[in-house]
Design a protein around this ligand. Sequence first.
Ligand SMILES: Cc1cc2nc3c(=O)[nH]c(=O)nc-3n(C[C@H](O)[C@H](O)[C@H](O)COP(=O)(O)O)c2cc1C
Length: 197
Amino acid sequence: MRRIVCLLGSPRPKGNSALMAQTLCEAAAGQGAEVTTFALNALKYRGCQGCLLCKTKAEACVLKDGLTPVLEAVRGCDALVLATPVYFGEVTAQLKAFIDRCYGYFTPDYALNKAHRSRLAPGKTLCMVIAQGHPREDLFTDIFPRYAYFYNWLGFNESRLLRACKIYHLGDAERRAEVLEEARALGVELAGKGGQA
Ligand SMILES: Cc1cc2nc3c(=O)[nH]c(=O)nc-3n(C[C@H](O)[C@H](O)[C@H](O)COP(=O)(O)O)c2cc1C
């Protein structure tokens, strides 16, 4: 069974990115995938403290807070869904803090030893779900490739993007049938991808 971990990065629990991600996850669950969802905004946690203990004395992030079970779940997943609105051309602060904490997944010599960069098993898939208020498709296109690049180092050898532009108000995504259809198709694809069958 494929294990999918979904992180909702928006502070709006019923927002656009959450609906897109949940539509994807329901389709994946319908195909037999095990889906675990965390609403990051409901958790209490800190961003990376730069202590580098994960590179010297410990095998993982030493902070113990609301992200600890999230980081543990991601360790065992086949696919990771990162859902976020665009905020100032980036992911939300909630999601960025999680991403920085993923630094603990890197091995101490990840920069030099390309064959052994990650403490995670390879073969995972990263899927970003991005809700963008601005209608211009050519804006903020850098977000997905930036994170796909780093997560590839961590063993997320494949990456997918579900992105919708001109989605601003609560309920906008609900009215975009083609976006939700794409979400369902991606959910079905992720349910059949990565890890052991
Ligand atoms: C603080 C803040 C910053 C935003 N910055 C951008 C931005 O840089 N570009 C953009 O296209 N939309 C921006 N938006 C609009 C959101 O991306 C848009 O409303 C999105 O649909 C919200 O998704 P959600 O319902 O999942 O929270 C911003 C919204 C807020 C509240």
